[in-house]
Design a protein around this ligand. Sequence first.
Ligand SMILES: C[S@@+](CC[C@H](N)C(=O)[O-])C[C@H]1O[C@@H](n2cnc3c(N)ncnc32)[C@H](O)[C@@H]1O
Length: 211
Amino acid sequence: MEFWHNRWETEQIGWHRSEFNDMLLKHWASLGLEAETEVLVPLCGKSLDMVWLAQQGHRIVGLELVDKAVQSFFEEGGMTPEKDIMEGHQRYVCPPFTLIQGDLFALEEHTVQADAWYDRAAMIALPANMRDAYVEQLRRQTKSGAVGLLITYAYPQHEMEGPPFALHDEDVKRFFSDGFEVEHLEGIELEDERERGLSSITLSVFKITRI
Ligand SMILES: C[S@@+](CC[C@H](N)C(=O)[O-])C[C@H]1O[C@@H](n2cnc3c(N)ncnc32)[C@H](O)[C@@H]1O
């Protein structure tokens, strides 16, 4: 956790994008959600994708460890949120956004009851040994029938130190094998990313349904 605090403190946030994610724009409609539904964005940082999701009519609940990230999201969006404490976490509210600041893994069951979730740079930000607990938290913070969009990268892990940590398609199916249905929507070889010295890197997009 110190790692993430340091990253935000020193502004080493190379994952942050000033544009909406193209895979989100391309695949979100395939989740078939009504506009006025609640979308959970775990490990949200100050992602602008939350703004796009709000533009589609959704209520957004972001979960983020680092206070500076949460404050930057509202400041940079010209918003002044109300602040309170909820179950030991700080909660910032400026409709349609609610950002809960604190450790995702310490969140009580059903604190959030989302209809959907969006995972870009969240599950891949966590090492393999934290991923079962992450999937369990998704289950605890969503309604039965909830759907998620998951974007992953897969590369030979020994060729680069994470994060992002590699997450292979077969591992996604394994992590979500109990109580979820997994649909692979797209997979692409990323030629440009090979400049990082990786022998191969692929991006995958999944639709995941909580049964
Ligand atoms: C790689 S960044 C991705 C942020 C965002 N999803 C995006 O696409 O810009 C991962 C984020 O997860 C946050 N994070 C890491 N561990 C966390 C935890 N246990 N609970 C909540 N947030 C966490 C970090 O502070 C960081 O902002």
